[in-house]
Design a binder for this molecule. Structure first.
Ligand SMILES: [Zn+2]
Length: 473
């Protein structure tokens, strides 16, 4: 028993010794459930304990800059930002003077005792500011970053390390780092880390190229992933370089006009769209709804059904309410159901929410995010017996578009649902109806359809959840 007690005490003592608890403060707060936001966490590096107030000011300045820019300004309410105040023994970051891309020492050679070991000259590039000179050197600091996050803010979506130096530098990766020389560095690095964007400036052939939101080897303007943006806002297909590997890879914007190419520029339309798609994949615009299952007993008419939405600024959400597969209301957050609206027996009230922002080429974008709430209302001659609710997030994917012989449809639904796609000709005739299994790409032969425009209607449990235009060549 005593040995057992010793073991328990030893366990707790190691727990308390290893856990590093720091001050955590929220600097961008949205009312509502913290789990229903993208949680950005900023950690301090190279700030002494006496400088942590300055760290908070620096982080607030970054957040103000970030959320004054599109598309973060429009989707500001989808984010919370916390800071973790980690003190260092000394201020600043290491500069060993070992970079090979500049004539060193570009800035004074110095060594600083800092918590996460930030250093310039990482991977031999002077402006690469990282928590180690290479990946091997970075391993202990990376373990520290993970444990600080686990001990202080385990539910983060993205962490960023802000380094207390005015020398220009930063790097992307899982835990991006940025100096305070410019807030733009941090925003650019977040473009890499949280939104999977690539650089759009010239990249040497030694750099790893790959297909990404804003990087491709496709040169056909009808097939390129940003085809819907071609010739709009300067978007086209531009090579990274003139010769070698870099000449075989392409980007959507040129002439220093995207933040992924040059700081102090806005994100290009393709990068903005990629950021918003990621926001939608992380956060449902339906924060909550009422009534929820098992909270309603003996409701009296009219019954109020309410959505609590996280609205972009300006609001680009559209909502469509359906009662028993008949359109009931559009673009309202509340509906009232009267006794006369209901059939005897089971009734289904569904609301479908989509984001119709012009920053997304929704009409023929490859993927549409659809959010829906369904209430099952059990109505008897004596009144409503029960209301059950369910929420479902769906992704609708259709490609290629235009299509010639085969069109591919895929529905990814969080909940089991009966899924169906109807193809409708412009004169209103249903020319094909295709049942679709969840998560399975359905190839549909459209070679016998005549050329022209068709409307594709996506249904989940008999409710129309989206309509897309399909061009048949
Ligand atoms: Zn871009």
């Amino acid at each position: 028993m005593r040995y057992f007690l010793f073991c328990i005490l030893y366990f707790f003592s190691t727990l308390f010794i290893s856990a590093q608890i720091f001050d955590v403060e929220i600097i961008k707060d949205n009312p509502g459930d913290i789990d229903k936001r993208i949680n950005l966490v900023i950690l301090s590096e190279g700030y002494q304990a006496s400088e942590l107030t300055k760290f908070k000011t620096d982080a607030e300045s970054l957040v103000n800059d970030m959320f004054s820019q599109s598309p973060f300004a429009e989707y500001s309410d989808y984010f919370n930002v916390h800071i973790i105040k980690v003190p260092s023994n000394e201020s600043g970051a290491d500069h060993p003077g070992t970079a090979t891309d500049v004539t060193e020492p570009k800035t004074p050679v110095e060594t600083k005792d800092t918590y996460f070991n930030a250093t310039f000259d990482a991977f031999n590039y002077h402006r690469y500011l990282f928590y180690g000179i290479d990946y091997t050197d970075a391993a202990p600091a990376e373990a520290k970053i993970r444990s600080v996050l686990a001990d202080n803010f385990p539910t983060y979506d993205q962490a960023l390390i802000l380094v207390n130096t005015n020398i220009y530098g930063g790097i992307g990766g899982e835990f991006p780092m940025a100096s305070i020389s410019s807030n733009e560095i941090a925003i650019h690095e977040l473009g890499h880390s949280l939104f999977n964007l690539k650089d759009e400036y010239f990249l040497s052939d030694a750099v790893y190229y790959s297909e990404a939101i804003n990087m491709t080897q496709e040169t056909d303007p009808n097939l390129v992933k940003w085809k819907n943006w071609i010739n709009e806002n300067g978007i086209s297909i531009y090579p990274y370089g003139a010769t070698g590997v870099s000449a075989t890879w392409y980007k959507p914007q040129d002439g220093d006009k995207c933040k992924m190419e040059k700081l102090d520029q806005p994100f290009c339309s393709v990068c903005k769209e990629g950021i918003i798609e990621k926001i939608h994949s992380l956060v449902s615009p339906i924060e909550s709804y009422t009534p929820v299952s098992n909270t309603v007993s003996n409701p009296s008419f009219p019954i109020d059904f309410h959505l609590n939405l996280i609205k972009p600024i300006p609001n680009s959400l559209e909502s469509s309410w359906t009662l028993n597969a008949v359109n009931f209301a559009t673009n309202v957050d509340d509906v009232n159901i009267l006794e006369t609206d209901l059939n005897t027996g089971i009734n289904n009230l569904t609301v479908v929410v989509t984001d119709n922002t012009t920053l997304l080429k929704v009409d023929n974008h490859e993927t549409i995010h659809v959010y829906m709430v369904t209430w099952t209302i059990d109505n008897s001659s004596l009144g409503v017996k029960a209301i059950e609710s369910d929420i479902n997030n769906l992704k609708l994917i259709m490609y290629p578009n235009p299509a010639n012989t085969i069109a591919n449809f895929k529905i990814e639904s969080e909940r089991d649902a009966r899924l169906k796609v109807d193809i409708i000709s412009l004169d209103g005739k249903r020319v094909k109806t295709v049942p679709i299994s969840n998560y399975i790409t359905q190839q549909v032969d459209i070679s016998n359809l005549s050329e022209g425009i068709y409307i594709v209607n996506f249904y989940a449990n008999k409710v129309l959840v989206a309509s897309k235009k399909l061009v048949k060549l």
